[in-house]
Write a protein that binds this ligand. Sequence first.
Ligand SMILES: [Zn+2]
Length: 101
Amino acid sequence: MERRCARCGRKIKKNEVAYRVRIEIIGEFDGMELGEEEFDEVLEKIVEELEGLPSYLIEGDIYQLKEYILCPDCKDQFAANPLNLPLDMDIPHSIPPPEDE
Ligand SMILES: [Zn+2]
């Protein structure tokens, strides 16, 4: 079975280490994480409120599990900044040549 990196699309070679990234998104209401019982209860309420919307769309708002295979380079980049935050640094457009001593 061929494995490809979900981020860069590079083929992961046989015997090469790859990384499985699992992202679990869990709804939280008033600081309370939803257990299975509360989940059904809340889902029912929301479905009532949002009548007309398909339940799978609403369900995705409360719980999502995503899984990706990443190559080592992409794993490093993901792990360094998983929330894709803006980096607080100025990257120069060019590097000045070294000064002679
Ligand atoms: Zn990659």
